[in-house]
Structures are given as C-alpha cells and as structure tokens.
Design a protein around this ligand. Sequence first.
Ligand SMILES: [Fe+2]
Length: 189
Amino acid sequence: MAASPLETFLSTALEQSYALSEPADAVEAIAPLLLDLIQQADTFLEPHHYRSDPHHYTRNLVYAAPDGRISLYALVWLPGQWTPVHDHGSWGVVGVLEGVLEEHSYVRLSPDRGADTGIDLVRGGVILLGPGSVTSFVPNPDHIHKTGVPSDRPVVISLHLYGRTMNSFNTYDIAAGTRQRIEVAHNES
Ligand SMILES: [Fe+2]
C-alpha cells in the first residue's frame, strides 16, 4: 500500500532533520512539505485532534518520534485563547488549517548569557496567518513570541512541527525581565 501523506511527510521531515543539522536549513526544507501537508489534513486528522478546552488553547499530539527528534501537534485555539510570551529551544514549522492565527513577536535587546533575569524585551510586529499559511522559527537566538486568536475572531486550527518533543518551553515576564522554564501539557493521540 502506498504511504499516506502524513507518513510521507513525517519520514521526509525526520530524514531532513538528521541530514540538515543547521536549524535554518531544516525549516527551509520542511516548510514546503508542511505547505503541501496542510492541504491534505483531512486525510489524517481525526476527531480527537480537534479537541478543545474552554480554559486554554489545546495541544493534541499527532506524532512524536520515538527518539524525540521531531513532534507534530494539532493546536486548537478558541476565540480569546493565547500562549504566554515564550520561546521553544528548537526549530519549528507552523501551518494554519482554519481561521487566522495571530503572532506577536518580541525582540530581545539584552544579550543572552544564560541568566533568567535581566532580560530586556520589546514588542515587535504582528503577523496574521490565514488558512494555508506556513511560518517557521529557529533557535539561538531563540524566537520569542506569543500566538493566539483575539476574542472577536473564529476558532483556529494549526499544525506545529518541532525539532524535539515539545513538552516544555521558556515563558517570559516582560515587566520583571525574567524567564521561567515550564512544562506544557498535551493530549495524547
Ligand atoms: Fe510558539
């Protein structure tokens, strides 16, 4: 039997993640693959991938490589749900299936010497990602942002591929100039 679009995507993304050790090369190679995959999302997304929660945005696991090399999640954003300001410690490629995902960028002015205090961030631009859009980010320096959907816009469904199992990230307190590593929950597939 021929491989499904999801199987082809995952095996190619995994190969590329090993072949291209530079994160910018990995996201450049994988972004077009995700662009194709989101057009075929109805071939592999099941009802449990669309689970939502009235209290916070929901991360539904689609695939996690056994060796932790890549992970793919379907995220469901109800109106008014946002991440905290965060980074990923990994490269990532994000594609939007439904709705308009909004991203607010932050720019770090102070050098990162590993301390979790004295972090000077300023607000950057806003990006609106409609259905069919793909965006990506790379670490070092980490890409710092918050994403979500304003309360007056419809639900958003997006696919997120990361260069590791995405079970924790750094969150930032802008006013205090601090960051904190937190665990992030997801629903198993
Ligand atoms: Fe993010």
